[in-house]
Design a protein around this ligand. Structure first.
Ligand SMILES: NCc1[nH]cc(CCC(=O)O)c1CC(=O)O
Length: 301
């Protein structure tokens, strides 16, 4: 059997794709996998702030088209970049084990933590979720927009004379850049993006054979967390112009889901947690989105 795997061409996308192929190969050494790099709209318009072009589908549409047409058989993405709804013909296969969900700071050599940073320090991030949570903790910081893949952003610390940047631990660790991490931001301080650190493997709905194969690398806790966190995102119906975050903590049969939601300019920023059990993660996510949206509407009244 020969399986064609579609991916973006960024270093991280290729690392993630090869990671999935490697774990599948360990179980099915007889299967051949062929990587096909696909250029997406998001890769072509690198210079514009993601905030301004918006649209989560930017990095996946072209890949999904090739999947539907049979040019490829599966696609590997970062789950956090995936829109709430997939094309009718496609679905997610089982989800493998999540990487560290936290965000990290990569700082100039002089500094080791968020607390170390001098007043007014310049921190680069294009994400409102990261920006407003950092400012809540350190209102004096000067948060400036940056874009680009991981290497580009790290380079910009020097090039644009920043004191540091915020990145997802998952991308930095997968790219073998652990030594660059200055500190991990606790989940209580910076709630991650829904499903941050988890991978999405997209396949055709009718591809039962491949579905079964990928089921061998399923991680149940990750699937539970992703179900709850993405249901919250779906319930919010937000875009990337507003801060949205979610993290699901599992403790035996109990789960605690924490959600973050706010407005475009950071005036309203709401964080709330609710408890549930491992049997209804999706319902818990949808419920939390309703509770938070309601609180948002009543804010300041
Ligand atoms: N927004 C781009 C993106 N999409 C996935 C990752 C890293 C891997 C992940 O979060 O799962 C990143 C980089 C980042 O946010 O630092």
């Amino acid at each position: 059997m020969n399986i064609k795997v579609g991916t973006r061409g960024s270093k991280l996308a290729l690392i993630q794709t090869n990671w999935v192929i490697d774990v599948l190969k360990q179980r099915y050494p007889e299967i051949d996998f062929e990587v096909k790099v696909i250029k997406t709209k998001g890769d072509i318009i690198q210079h514009i702030s993601l905030d301004k072009i918006g649209d989560k589908g930017l990095f996946v549409k072209e890949i999904e088209k090739q999947l539907i047409e049979g040019e490829i058989d599966m696609a590997v993405h970062s789950m956090k970049d995936m829109p709430s709804y997939l094309p009718d013909e496609l679905k997610f296969a089982s989800i493998p084990e999540r990487e560290d969900p936290r965000d990290v700071l990569i700082l100039k050599k002089e500094y080791k933590s968020l607390e170390d940073l001098p007043k007014g320090a310049k921190i680069g991030t294009g994400s409102k979720r990261r920006k407003f949570q950092l400012l809540k903790y350190r209102p004096d910081l000067n948060v400036v927009p940056i874009r680009g893949n991981i290497d580009t952003r790290i380079r910009k610390i020097e090039e644009e004379n920043l004191d540091g940047i915020v990145l997802a631990a998952a991308g930095v660790l997968r790219a073998n850049l652990k030594h660059r991490i200055s500190c991990y931001l606790p989940i209580e301080v910076v709630i991650p993006a829904p499903a941050q650190g988890a991978l999405a493997i997209e396949i055709r709905k009718d591809d039962v054979e491949l579905e079964k194969l990928i089921d061998s690398i399923r991680d149940e806790n990750t699937e539970l967390q992703v179900a709850a966190e993405r249901a919250f995102l779906e319930g919010i119906e937000g875009s990337c112009h507003i801060p949205i975050g979610a993290y699901c903590n599992i403790d035996g049969e109990s789960i605690k889901l924490t959600g973050l939601f706010g407005d475009e300019d950071g005036e309203r920023l709401i964080v709330k947690s609710i408890d549930g059990d491992i049997y209804n993660p999706r319902e818990l996510g949808l419920k939390l989105s309703k509770v938070i949206l309601e609180e948002y509407e009543n804010y300041g009244r």
